[in-house]
Design a protein around this ligand. Structure first.
Ligand code: ZN
Length: 411
């Protein structure tokens, strides 16, 4: 299923019985922020259709945009810019060090290690680390803070090479990357090859049940190829001799799962509990997904109606947070310069660029207080508490916030 002609096949089981349940239309690349000189050119768009595999229950998008196009030199996402992500990572590391009895002889590998935002906490404890990430900017930033990092895509080949060099991991972290890789099976096979016999892979991925139940359609974008349930994951790991042994729900990114995976089968109660809950809710059946499209349409029309009313009343509206999901939401709802004045973002690498498709300018947050719009539309709604806290002065001066998902509301 490479986007080439022919029958699409499931990314996990290879089955051909894929049922499309949501089409978002042709969308620009959500992280492909535009430089001023790009504005003269038309940008590439790719269809965004989501399907359910009737064989293994994996929800997935049909199009695969080549990774070089998705994660090229301009890839703007530097993890360390989010305070709550750093706190989440520090707590994750502290728990693993205690649980896995790690010391100076251990090895912790992170796949998609970005700028070393997570491995830095192991490094500070004197535990050897190795980061792997394909994006040159974040890799350079990680090395600058002393985190050994390979600039590469992880998969079967790299795992075999690392194992041959004597690198075997006590802990492998893979946060928000499993859903992003085009070769899902190669990635999991690589984990199996790189893990020590009693090692543990700690994998975080957004939970499809949260996505569907909370209308989080804007977390669907081209980078994000799979939308995992515990049912689908169990089958994926089993195929590579790995066992899903523990599942922890996480509040981060609008509802994620932290999965503990190892070579030995020793599942605790959390795995059976999740599988049971999924069967009860119907997560393993197509019906569960088919009502989602209508719900997404209602979120879109509700948001357009709300912003339209505010504009007619003379309100000035800006966006906050040039996140990937913001690109999807703004393009799907057609919210451009007629509706929003700008999008503010703390990340200096994003400032001065433009949101793909709708082409809204991304500016420094200082602009908010300087211009004091009446409303800020919070695009990365999963960080809304943190953003409203950062923008307390905006609110004190009479500004209000709009949160678009799960339904558009003014807060
Ligand atoms: Zn399948």
């Amino acid at each position: 299923m490479s986007g080439a002609a022919g029958t699409p096949r499931c990314r996990s089981c290879g089955g051909e019985d894929l049922r499309v349940f949501l089409s978002l239309g042709d969308m620009p690349l959500s992280d492909g922020l535009l430089a001023p000189e790009d504005l003269a050119r038309e940008e590439p768009r790719f269809p965004l259709d989501v399907a359910f595999c009737a064989d293994c229950a994996l929800a997935q998008i049909l199009e695969t945009v080549p990774p070089e196009q998705l994660f090229g030199a301009d890839y703007p996402y530097f993890s360390s810019y989010t305070d709550s992500l750093l706190r989440h990572s520090a707590a994750n590391v502290a728990a693993r060090i205690g649980e896995c009895h790690l010391d100076g002889n251990s090895l912790v590998v992170e796949l998609a290690s970005n700028d070393g935002y997570l491995l830095q906490y192991y490094h500070a404890h004197g535990i050897p680390v190795l980061g792997i990430d394909p994006a040159p900017g974040p890799v350079a930033a990680a090395r600058a803070r002393g985190i050994e990092t390979r600039q590469a895509f992880f998969g079967r080949e790299l795992a075999a090479q690392l194992a041959a060099e004597g690198h075997r991991a006590d802990v492998i972290h893979a946060n928000n990357v499993l859903a992003h890789v085009a070769d899902t099976n190669g990635f999991v096979a690589g984990i199996a090859a790189l893990l020590k016999e009693d090692g543990v892979a700690v994998i975080e991925a957004p939970y499809v049940k949260e996505l569907i139940d909370h209308g989080e359609f804007d977390t669907i974008y081209h980078e994000h190829l799979c939308y995992f349930s515990v049912t689908a994951l169990t089958r994926l790991f089993q195929r590579h001799g790995l066992s899903l042994n523990r599942v922890e729900p996480l509040a981060i990114h609008g509802g994620s799962l932290r999965l503990f995976v190892g070579g030995r089968s020793q599942p605790d109660r959390s795995v059976a509990q999740h599988l049971q809950a999924e069967r009860r809710a119907g997560v393993d059946r197509l019906d569960y997904y088919t009502g989602f499209s209508a719900r997404v349409g209602r979120i879109r029309s509700g948001l357009i109606a709300l912003l339209g009313r505010l504009k007619r009343e003379g309100a000035r509206i800006a966006g906050y947070g040039a996140a990937a999901k913001g690109t999807i939401l703004l393009n799907f709802a057609g919210l451009g310069a007629g509706m929003l004045e700008f999008v503010a973002d703390r990340n200096v690498h994003k400032q001065g660029r433009y949101i793909p498709g709708v082409r809204l300018p991304i500016v420094a947050p200082e602009r908010i207080l300087r211009e004091q719009p009446d409303y800020l539309l919070i695009l990365p709604w999963n960080f809304k508490e943190e953003i409203m806290e950062q923008q307390a002065e905006f609110r004190r001066r009479g500004g209000r916030f709009i949160v678009p998902v799960p339904q558009p509301v003014i807060v």
